[in-house]
Design a protein around this ligand. Sequence first.
Ligand code: CDT
Length: 309
Amino acid sequence: MPRPLRVAAAQSGPIQRAESRQAVVKRLTDLLDQAHAAKVDFVVFTELALTTFFPRWYMTDQAEVDSWFEREMPNAATRPLFEKAAAYKIGFYLGYAELTPDGHHYNTAILVDRDGRIVGKYRKVHLPGHSEFDNERAFQHLEKRYFEPGNLGFPVWRTMGGIFGMCVCNDRRWPETYRVMGLQGVELVALGYNTPSTNSQKADEGVEKRLFHHRLSVQAGAYQNATFVVATAKCGVEDGHPLFGGSLIANPDGEIIAEARTEDDELIVAAIDLDDTRFNKETIFDFKRHRRTEHYGRITSQVGVELPK
Ligand code: CDT
């Protein structure tokens, strides 16, 4: 039985530090208008979609840090997005900085169904960067300072006719991310990202190589777990700091079936059939028949490298 779905990556251009949540949400709802016109069922917005990528700024005042976080979702600023999406019957993924009632800080994404209900929450597990000001870097990446590692694992949810999972930015570079969801039968992984166009610790690493690493990671994750992946950038130059674009939709063969061309607000759309995940799940990546867990112990028992004697 085919399970057709029209999916989109709603890429965001840059958000400057001074831009208000309200102004950003207006841009996101404009993208929803485009998605509605294109008969899209599910839209993936980006990581930290409501603000500039604030972990590039070193802050010591906790009140200032907390001003980048959302205490509830939806809230006054984001309600128009939820209302418009529900009116259009469009489900979505949205990344934002979450401050919980008991004071925890997470880099979070939510999955909202086509009736505007939050059906899933994911908190970023792999936090890149560092926690103290680093003079050696061309610019800062302070995710380890402002966020705690996610405490929800990598769940998946039955929604919109399929099995959906989520991850956030740096998670996409880790095969474990996709495999844990693959082991739950994931059929579509939604992910948003903010990736600097240059490497703060390697001046000669060009943006093309960085885009290659991004595509390589997402396409491999899709293929090796027989799932669609919708990967959405926030990109362009934020307060002088460039982030690359390259939003893409990959199919379960690991092929790119839609890709952004700009570094601005841009919607890319693909008509997919979630049943196209089945062939690879039942053949080359039939985990039940082919996996050899007796040899995989190091994956969960060990973190760093242990060199041979
Ligand atoms: N947002 C995010 O996770 N960005 C990282 C940059 C890594 S460089 C410290 C990424 O993996 O794209």
